[in-house]
Write a protein of this length. Structure first.
Length: 274
């Protein structure tokens, strides 16, 4: 995936934060005041798989929005979405640093794509990233000043789910298919849960086909498959789980010229036998 190299203007007034343990956060969130640095970031708690969503806006091109969240007690996958864009915005993810020295060491991921009328009016930014326990800050800033328009807000969504075992993207890197499974170390009494996700979250545009050790699993509930450990096929070594997301419905763009059926994507993972 190609990204534009662009600096992020950060107000790096970093300090150790004595935040109390956060309860799972979900639903709509509202931020107040100026939140543009590690220390002033809007705190979103510890989102669960349902996630938190907020509507926000930039007042001028040099402004930065910062959103802090916590991961724990174990590793989780962060699903970050910046969408409903009317102009180019970029997304940066950092682990909170202990001080101001070598901020670049704490950089985790970014999404700085661009393109008009790619799924939405302006191409959304997506980050799917496995994270260790800790506190992280997400920054949003304007990608350029030419298309900037302070009258149009944007949407930020953050969800934390099980670690991702594998992902696959189409050739244009517009859609991404990922796969998770739990528990990571199954026992003879486990109920295995496999979940596919599509980024951006236009799951309704796809149909899903599952295979377990090469065998079709027609009883799957679209993007979710559950199998009791005693019902797993007998194999030597690890099991193989594969999901195919078939694009079958058009993205409902208001302009018929931009209505396209998504591509077909497949992803496969292995998991240990109980």
């Amino acid at each position: 995936m190609l990204h534009r190299s662009r600096g992020l203007v950060l107000v790096v007034a970093v300090a150790l934060l004595g935040l109390a343990p956060a309860a799972p956060a979900r639903g709509q969130v509202a931020c107040e005041g100026e939140y543009d640095s590690f220390t002033t970031a809007c705190f979103l708690g510890a989102p669960d798989a349902e996630g938190v969503t907020l509507r926000d806006a930039l007042v001028h091109t040099e402004q930065v929005r910062a959103y802090k969240f916590r991961v724990g007690p174990g590793p989780r996958a962060a699903h970050l979405y910046l969408g409903d864009l009317w102009y180019d915005l970029d997304l940066y993810l950092y682990r909170d640093p202990p001080d101001e020295v070598e901020i670049g060491r704490w950089f985790v991921a970014r999404s700085a794509e661009s393109g008009a009328r790619v799924i939405q009016f302006e191409r959304p930014e997506i980050i799917v990233q496995d994270l260790d326990p800790g506190t992280y800050t997400l920054f949003v800033n304007a990608g350029d000043s030419r298309s900037f328009d302070p009258s149009h807000p944007f949407t930020v969504r953050l969800a934390l789910g099980p670690p991702v075992c594998n992902t696959a993207a189409d050739s244009a890197t517009i859609y991404q298919l990922g796969l998770t499974f739990e528990p990571r170390q199954p026992t003879a009494f486990s109920l295995m849960s496999f979940n596919a996700f599509v980024s951006p979250r236009y799951t309704d545009l796809f149909d899903f086909d599952w295979q377990l050790d090469g065998r079709p699993m027609p009883d799957a509930d679209r993007e979710t498959l559950q199998v009791a450990a005693p019902d797993l096929p007998a194999v030597r070594g690890d099991h193989r789980i594969r999901v195919t997301a078939r694009g079958v419905r058009e993205y409902p763009d208001p302009d018929p010229r931009y209505r396209q059926i998504p591509p077909t994507l497949s992803v496969e993972c292995t998991f240990p036998a109980p």
